[in-house]
Design a protein around this ligand. Sequence first.
Ligand code: SF4
Ligand code: SF4
Length: 238
Amino acid sequence: MAIHEKSLIEPERLLNHETLVVDGVDVSGSWNTMITPRTLRDYDDDFEEIIQKYGGGENVHRCWQCGSCTNSCTMYAQNVQFNPRYWIYLTRLGLKDEILKDKDIIWQCVSCNKCTNICPKDVRPEGVMKALAHWMQDQEITEKSPSTHFDEVFWEEIYHTGRIEDASVMMGFFKRTNQPLVQEWLMVFGQRMMKYMPVAQMIKMGLNYAITPRTKSWGKTGEVLKAYVEEQKEVAHG
Ligand code: SF4
Ligand code: SF4
């Protein structure tokens, strides 16, 4: 019998035999690969509920393990270790230590949402991947991902000015992620803008970057918005 998802079994637990005799019966050839048993004791009964409180993780309990999400997954096609179905299974069992073995790849979900479109139970696996990644960041198990840094810069811009200035958000993101402010693709982008954009528009954009304007009558709205977002986070995370 084939061993399904052999890639998920730790190499040290896979034993390969050229010849194997069990209770006097030679099963060499048929049973040349055996898996050593393991005992798991690290169940966290509350873990599924914790992940449900993160945005995207709400429906994790609906999963019936059909595997459609993994079969359709963009990242699984690149790397068979990236397995949404498996992580959802571990989340439901509360096997945090098993999930943490893959902490360096869970965040690689590219949000293509193929898994979400195909899931027959509306689990929203993409959301569960994000919920797991955010939980790890909150627990300081992993560093903040570039997308989390981007979200923070984006929201700070709104809280501060009431609007989004693209150049300002981009530069803030570069600074926060220690990237060079001048990048090759940016130079090409700038050159093309200078070639095709009306001069008056370019001057306006430059001024908006240098003196970031605030939304008219923004007043206390930014504070109210900030308080509301914090309140919603509190509700979601308990
Ligand atoms: S497609 Fe949906 S129901 Fe099927 S394994 Fe993935 S999350 Fe579970
Ligand atoms: S959204 Fe993420 S988990 Fe879902 S198919 Fe795309 S890469 Fe895979």
